[in-house]
Write a new protein. Structure first.
Ligand code: MG
Length: 379
């Protein structure tokens, strides 16, 4: 179980909830980081007393230095700062909750120090899954997922010694706010519509990804990497109520499911306490007042992003990095209200067509594919 932790991205949605869990479980904090929300980071630093505080944005780091002047907390900035936070010797666990590709290098740095990675940055595994998992094996670093679906799979796989016994992983999907909509209706979606999610409260990027179903596509790739399963052994089922967080079907047709109220504090906590379980702040599940559980097929024709992601998963090599880079760029343009909702899939498809896949064994090739995909998607 985690004794001391560094939280990368502590001012975001997952970061804030992780600090609730950390406080409840009596875990010490070595480092906290933000992109530029230094007002909240200062409060968090005064409560949790880390050794190091990092603002990625240099101007924000300057303000943080002034506001923490009366403390003995050191302030650092930029990628250097994130890498230092990821490798502090005090921390046995690093929770990676930064959004996007920026999380990749710090995650690799923590892996090379042999730390447990509580992984909440799915882009890392999507873009560089083979490299990250190979490094984790080499340095004996445990990668424990924070994403609710992958945590559910992780819990249902406890005690499984032979992956050959697993028939398939079943990822559940809420279906997002536009479940059942036609493509014509999707064209009318604006920024504010896409930022409402029925069951989960999350950051802007992941909320848009949930609306396009790209989030489920990224999770499909993440599951493939984490559990070393081929794409044909992973299926997706729409489960609107988000009570079952995912399932594992075994070769004897037994299906194990993990259930719980939709509350991220539970998967966050299990990533920190595994293999133990301890009482925590997550909401208990009241079966008698929970809605009826329903299941449906995802609509791959209307929600093109999910289909594109599953295609990239089958292609392999740098295709997943291209998918992710193009999607990050396209979602950025959508959030700036420069392109429409349906253009996101179209931009991702264009990047997948134009940037040809290459073997993804080294970081430079992956970063190059990412840059190229962003360029094509932004054109
Ligand atoms: Mg998820």
């Amino acid at each position: 179980m985690t004794k001391t932790i560094s939280v990368l991205g502590s001012t975001g949605s997952i970061g804030r909830q992780s600090l609730e869990v950390i406080a409840a479980c009596g875990i010490q904090v070595a480092a906290l980081t933000t992109n530029r929300n230094v007002e909240l980071l200062e409060q968090q630093c005064r409560t949790f007393r880390p050794k190091l505080a990092v603002a990625f944005d240099p101007e924000a780091a300057g303000r943080l230095r002034i506001s923490l002047k009366d403390t003995d907390i050191r302030v650092a900035e930029g990628m250097e700062g994130l890498l230092e936070a990821a490798s502090l010797p005090e921390a046995d666990t690093v929770l990676t909750a930064v959004v996007g590709m920026v999380g990749l290098r710090p995650t690799l740095a923590a892996i090379r120090e042999g730390k447990r990675i509580a992984l909440a940055n799915k882009e890392t595994l999507v873009c560089a899954g083979e490299l990250v998992m190979a490094e984790a094996d080499r340095f004996g670093a445990e990668i424990v997922p924070v994403d609710s679906e992958h945590s559910a799979l992780f819990q249902c796989l406890q005690g499984n010694r032979d992956r050959g016994e697993v028939k398939r992983l079943i990822l559940t999907a809420s279906g997002g706010p536009f479940f059942g909509w036609t493509e014509e209706r999707l064209r009318t979606v604006r920024r504010s519509d896409a930022l409402k999610h029925p069951n989960w409260s999350m950051g802007a990027k992941i909320t848009v990804d949930s609306a396009t179903l790209m989030n489920k596509g990224l999770e499909f790739i993440e599951a493939m990497r984490l559990y070393k399963m081929p794409p044909e052994k992973i299926s997706i089922v729409v489960h609107r109520e988000s009570i079952i967080h995912s399932m594992v079907e075994y070769c004897d047709n037994a299906v194990l499911a993990q259930l719980g109220a939709p509350d991220m504090r539970l998967p966050i906590q299990y990533a920190l306490t595994w293999p133990s379980r301890v009482p925590g702040p997550a909401t208990p599940l009241d079966l008698l007042s929970c809605p009826s559980l329903t299941f449906a097929q995802p609509d791959l024709k209307t929600f093109r992003c999910l289909d594109l992601a599953m295609g990239a998963a089958r292609t392999g090599e740098t295709a997943c990095a291209v998918l992710n880079g193009a999607n990050e760029a396209a979602v950025g343009l959508f959030l700036e209200e420069k392109i429409g909702f349906c253009d996101i899939a179209q931009r991702v498809e264009r990047a997948l067509d134009r940037v040809h896949p290459r073997p993804a064994h080294d970081l430079e090739t992956i970063l190059e594919a990412d840059r190229e995909a962003r360029r094509v998607a932004a054109e």
